[in-house]
Design a protein around this ligand. Structure first.
Ligand code: B12
Length: 216
């Protein structure tokens, strides 16, 4: 099976909701020498984009999204297990907190972003969802992370992102910690307004922006 076919199979397994097929395709990707990052970006993420579109069009519903996320994650677990020693050593690319902000339980996007960070060699602390602002700020300080990221999926929970930036300022560590935010209602304009450092509207760009912020 060729490279294009395998990438297509990865994408299809996600939007056709077939976790077993996703694992099979991930193993084929490894055997064919396709890099984990490429398999996630060009394969799985394309499948997830289809899922998002179908959802917006009312053609797919939440239970299906969760199965798609399961297929995505299962394939990622296989792909990451295939990272070379060098790639695993690159784990020092930076330490990142991922979480979904206070009051918000939407974590599908957060999990994708987390996965992309891990697959790209970042060390990720996943704090889960509906995480109090103070906990995030305290963790950033305690773990001396390089970047705090946070997802907000509701207009009502976006202000927590601003509170995190302010909390880091109050703790006196804002100059040492970069802030990156995302989620469907979040925009570059919002991120600029609250004085954060980075924004991206998808997981692949999130990694690209993070590397820029780290000066890499
Ligand atoms: C699935 C879903 C749910 C599931 C969540 C399951 C889960 N475990 O996540 C359930 C059913 C639980 C749910 C509950 C609710 N939901 Co809901 N939900 C959605 C839905 C359909 C899809 C979200 C999703 O998973 N998208 C797919 C992922 C892949 O996309 P994403 O999260 O945007 O992430 C991508 C990018 O944004 C980016 N990104 C994400 N995070 C980050 C972080 C960084 C740092 C960066 C750089 C980038 C980045 O990269 C990701 C990958 O490409 C959206 C509709 C929508 N179109 O967004 C509504 C939606 C978000 N929900 C909504 C609402 C209102 C609710 C409820 C309040 C409903 C209710 N009345 O009970 C509750 C909220 C409870 C709470 N306190 O949070 C509204 C929010 C409206 C608003 N106020 O803004 C939406 C927009 C639906 C709507 N049109 O009304 N929901």
């Amino acid at each position: 099976m060729g490279r294009e076919e395998i990438l297509e199979k990865l994408a299809t397994s996600v939007h056709e909701l077939e976790p077993e097929l996703a694992v099979e395709a991930a193993n084929e990707a490894l055997a064919a020498g396709i890099s984990p990052v490429e398999a996630i970006q060009e394969g799985l993420s394309r499948g997830m984009a289809v899922v998002s579109d179908l959802f917006d069009e009312g053609e797919m519903f939440v239970p299906q999204i969760l199965i798609a996320a399961e297929a995505f994650q299962g394939a990622v677990d296989v792909l990451v297990s295939g990272l070379s020693k060098d790639e695993q050593d690159a784990m020092s690319r930076g330490k990142v907190i991922c979480h979904t902000v206070q009051g918000d339980i939407h974590d599908v996007g957060k999990n994708i972003v987390k996965t992309m960070f891990r697959a790209s060699g970042f060390e990720v602390i996943d704090m889960g969802r509906d995480v109090p602002v103070d906990d995030v700020v305290a963790k950033a300080k305690e773990e001396q992370v390089d970047i705090v990221t946070g997802s907000a999926l509701m207009t009502t929970t976006m202000p927590s992102q601003r509170d995190i930036v302010n909390g880091l300022v109050e703790e006196g560590i804002r100059d040492r910690v970069k802030c990156m935010f995302g989620g469907a209602p979040v925009s570059q304009e919002w991120v600029d307004r609250i004085g954060a450092d980075g924004y991206a509207d998808n997981a692949a760009d999130a990694v690209r922006v993070a590397l820029e912020l780290m000066g890499k």
